[in-house]
Design a binder for this molecule. Structure first.
Ligand SMILES: Nc1ncnc2c1ncn2[C@@H]1O[C@H](COP(=O)(O)OP(=O)(O)OP(=O)(O)O)[C@@H](O)[C@H]1O
Ligand SMILES: [Mg+2]
Length: 427
């Protein structure tokens, strides 16, 4: 049985900056630029419309599986509701699968889920589209492999769409696709490639005054360039360089009982929690500390906005069980609520200069981040010192990309205080 969908989109539903691209058949399509410019929402809308029209199946990809539900999956669901198309879709929230009544599908996978990526097959027809969200997180080779998934007979042109903020000019994306880019223009096209740069100014209609205010009043030059103006950034004055990313689940170590996964030997867990709700996420840093080697291993993370304390508590409990978690002491009520749920939550002591003191201590550790902790990695990659107007570095961190890191500082307070007491005693 063939069910035809009748897509009737009202004028004005789609942001006009993106309208010319709605039917673009270019093989590679890039939508990049500043924050809140409507990139993700547009591609989500296009995905829904394409699926309704039939003949296309989408695979929506991010570097790490656990970031998908709260980003692209939710955006697509939101787009379905906003366009009044709920009746046309079956949305499977647990398997992350969206199926249209015409049997074409929107599927989701993280690049860390290699098996799923390999085995993904839509219910009807072949995969025609891949959308990579936050593509700067993804390795060039992974994109090459993904591109190969676009094969098989189909009447529709195959397409790869990427969305991202231009966080680092040294990214392979810049080197590969921006050779002919002209900074005086906001778009580029050749036979196979289209690039559109947008900023919040292209999306004013859908933004709150506060979003606009924050973007326009950003004082840090790097963040202003990247997130307000949408220009390729050059990261400097980074606070941490002492970190690397590893697949901790694949790392093996020799023990008395032979080779075992390194992660299974972890027993000195240190947890820290930074509260947040609307603009800032709640962030849990779940780590193991190898004290002898001064090495911190990031094992897992929570990083989510709009979490009420009961939901946050349930997630924390699932991740750390009866382990202690040191929390931001500015929210005693939240700490109490977590305790009532059976979590061993304590308030951080903080104290004078605790931010810089904690940073200084963390800089002297070796930091190893599991590949699944994407938000932790993003913070270490972008947490930076403030600069004055002349570009001189100030010994003050910019209050951004520091939620997991703040949590880590709380979680390691006892180690740091011990160090401080010892240093004083040794004088
Ligand atoms: N056509 C639209 N209709 C309704 N809301 C929209 C539309 N386009 C964008 N928005 C809203 O504008 C806000 C910013 O859009 P979006 O998240 O897509 O921006 P973005 O460019 O992906 O930002 P970032 O770079 O921060 O990921 C969101 O709240 C989104 O829901
Ligand atoms: Mg986005």
């Amino acid at each position: 049985m063939i069910i035809k969908t009748n897509v009737n989109i009202k004028k004005g539903v789609i942001n006009k900056a993106y309208l010319p691209y709605l039917n673009s058949q270019k093989r590679t399509q890039i939508f990049y630029g500043g924050s809140s410019s409507g990139k993700s929402f547009y591609v989500a809308q296009r995905t829904v419309i394409d699926i309704c029209n039939g003949g296309r199946n989408y695979l929506c990809v991010r570097n790490v599986k656990n970031t998908i539900k709260k980003s692209m999956f939710n955006e697509i669901v939101k787009a379905i509701y906003r366009m009044n198309m709920k009746k046309l879709f079956k949305i499977n929230h647990s398997d992350l699968e969206i199926t249209c009544v015409n049997d074409y599908q929107i599927l989701f996978a993280g690049l860390d889920d290699v098996e799923k990526i390999k085995s993904i097959t839509p219910k009807k027809g072949v995969l025609t589209d891949i959308w990579i969200e936050e593509a700067t997180e993804v390795l060039e080779n992974d994109v090459r492999q993904l591109n190969r998934r676009l094969r098989g007979k189909s009447k529709k042109r195959k397409r790869l769409t990427m969305t991202f903020n231009p966080i680092m000019k040294s990214s392979w994306i810049y080197t590969t696709y921006f050779k002919n880019w002209d900074d005086d223009s906001n778009h580029y096209e050749d036979m196979h490639l289209s690039i559109l740069k947008t900023t919040y100014k292209d999306n004013l209609r859908f933004l709150e005054d506060e979003d606009i205010y924050l973007l326009e009043n950003e004082t840090d030059k790097y963040y202003y360039e990247v997130y307000t103006l949408g220009n390729w950034g050059v990261l400097g004055n980074l606070i941490f360089k002492n970190w690397i990313v590893k697949d901790l689940h694949a790392e093996m170590v020799e023990t008395k009982n032979g080779m075992v996964p390194l992660i299974s030997t972890f027993d000195n867990f240190k947890n820290g929690l930074d509260f947040g709700f609307s603009s800032d996420p709640a962030a849990l840093s779940h780590t193991h500390y190898d004290k002898k080697k001064s090495t911190i291993y990031y094992v897992d993370e929570i990083y989510e906005r709009e979490l009420t304390n009961d939901k946050l508590g349930a997630m924390v409990k699932e991740m750390i069980g009866k382990q202690y978690v040191i929390c931001d002491s500015s929210e005693p009520k939240s700490i109490r609520e977590l305790q009532v749920m059976g979590i061993n939550a304590l308030g951080a002591k903080k104290g004078k200069d605790s931010v810089n003191f904690g940073i200084d201590w963390l800089q002297r550790q070796t930091i190893i981040i599991d590949i699944r902790c994407q938000n932790t990695k993003n913070e270490y990659m972008q947490y930076k010192w403030k600069e004055d107007k002349d570009g001189n570095v100030l010994k003050v961190p910019v209050d951004k990309f520091n939620h997991i890191i703040d949590g880590t500082r709380y979680g390691y307070e006892d180690e740091m205080t011990y160090g401080r007491v010892k240093a004083v005693a040794g004088f």
